[in-house]
Ligand binder design. Sequence first.
Ligand SMILES: Nc1nc2c(ncn2[C@@H]2O[C@H](COP(=O)(O)OP(=O)(O)OP(=O)(O)O)[C@@H](O)[C@H]2O)c(=O)[nH]1
Ligand SMILES: *[C@@H]1O[C@H](CO)[C@@H](O)[C@H](O)[C@H]1NC(C)=O
Ligand SMILES: *[C@@H]1O[C@H](CO)[C@@H](O)[C@H](O)[C@H]1NC(C)=O
Length: 484
Amino acid sequence: MHEDSEALLTGQPQQKSPSWHRYASVLAKRRFLVAACSLAAISLLCLSFFQSIWAARRNTTVIPVVEDPVPPLVLETHQNASAAAPVVDPHGPEANLAGLPTAHFRDSLRPDRKYITSWISAGWTNDVMTYINLIYLGIITDRIPVIPMFTPSHIGGAVPPINFGQVFDVPRLRKALNMPILEWHEVKDGSSNEWDEVGCWNTWEAVQKNEHYPRRSQIPDRLKLDISYTKAPDWIKVIPNFEHDLHSYFWALAALAFPESRAANLIPPLESPNNHVLLPPDEQMLCYDYLYYVCANQPFEMEYDYSPAWRFVGQYLYWTPTIERLANQYVRRAIGTAEDQPTPPWIAIHVRRGDFEVFCPAGIEGCYASLPVMARRVEEVKAELLQRKGISVDHVIMTSDERNATWWEEVKAQGWYGVDHSQTADLLGPWYPVLIDAAIQSLGAGFVGTDRSTMSMLARRRVESWSAGATRIFKWGKPDSDDH
Ligand SMILES: Nc1nc2c(ncn2[C@@H]2O[C@H](COP(=O)(O)OP(=O)(O)OP(=O)(O)O)[C@@H](O)[C@H]2O)c(=O)[nH]1
Ligand SMILES: *[C@@H]1O[C@H](CO)[C@@H](O)[C@H](O)[C@H]1NC(C)=O
Ligand SMILES: *[C@@H]1O[C@H](CO)[C@@H](O)[C@H](O)[C@H]1NC(C)=O
């Protein structure tokens, strides 16, 4: 399900010159560095010197805004800091940024690289999809995606954000896509109190007419970005003038990343909220307000087999080894497997409830799918796994945002297991119940999920892409919605 936004912004355009001097001095500093390093014979030494500083710093850096909870349940540690010389990933920050994170983001950028970024503004699953779209747009514009953090939504607004790389395996993604992918905390120092002025495209006002401002997001404030927005042309919108859809085309947005279409579509920008500057869309750190509603062919296409964002990006976005290990650990505990035994294969169910009540105007009685209906879908999945892959799966794990204890008793009466999250938030942090559940949903041999839930949709796609698993999505809304 997608959500919509809030609040207001106004501002009369007024001409002010951008602060080029700052950029020029960065360039000058960088030229000095480059000159120093290129004294032919010592250049290699320079490189390894910076790499070793980098490696040393990376092993000790604490990012104040987003702390990495060290899960006490984790058995293996990460890297051995004093182990052999670091191998530089050509797609990582060392090779694609000027150095360590800086107080102003521009000081980190390499003049010979182009970057792309965007913000999030919905529930966590939608935010994952939005970052998938950002990376796909990076592919087709030949730019390096710079991914911000995840900000809390359903888990409570006061919860600190979590870095993208604490959830998803970024090194593995870079390798699979064979391209550089960066995170904002690698570019701008998380403890910086410095604001950066930047020009971005405002897509929101080109796809809808109700909100007279760019899409709202917590991210620009978190990153201390003071943004002057330029409204994107109306032709980015998939269904012209149609108020009930908000999508734009990937390639329409991509066109704006290139000099000719950019120049042809420049109009007076909106003033930035802090310093009241007017800036055209940045050419080095290209940015768009919001990329959730973007498609290649039709709205909400990540559901469909051909979805390029899923095929070229989403399916390669694996959980970090830590998340994956936690998911296995929680499954073993749920079904009573000893810690030192391999996790047996399982079928996960995702029942999305919570705010889905709004789809049940006549009350939830008979609106949600019943457990016997889900049980039939589970039996279909078991039968398909046996027939198609010759595996017989006995364990069924329920994940849900439902809190009704009576309902959970009925779940257990089906012979299914629940995941015990009574300690999870306290031990690991408030992000972890949903992260672990999402991983459990996606790492099984089969999956049964809720129609209209993007969390279920991503789990289904992952099970299909990662394990060629068997999946079913149950419908709901009427007593007989999925009663077959
Ligand atoms: N722990 C846990 N939380 C869940 C589960 N299902 C839903 N939630 C919570 O409810 C939120 C709803 O999903 P979001 O991903 O935030 O919202 P969304 O992107 O609109 O996703 P859908 O509403 O499912 O389409 C999740 O982020 C969780 O916080 C679940 O199975 N386990
Ligand atoms: C890390 O690696 C070094 C060198 O290989 C070794 O001497 C040291 O014992 C290792 N430390 C840990 C904690 O594994
Ligand atoms: C809790 O679930 C039970 C069984 O599904 C249901 O009968 C009951 O009405 C629910 N209670 C609430 C408060 O929704």
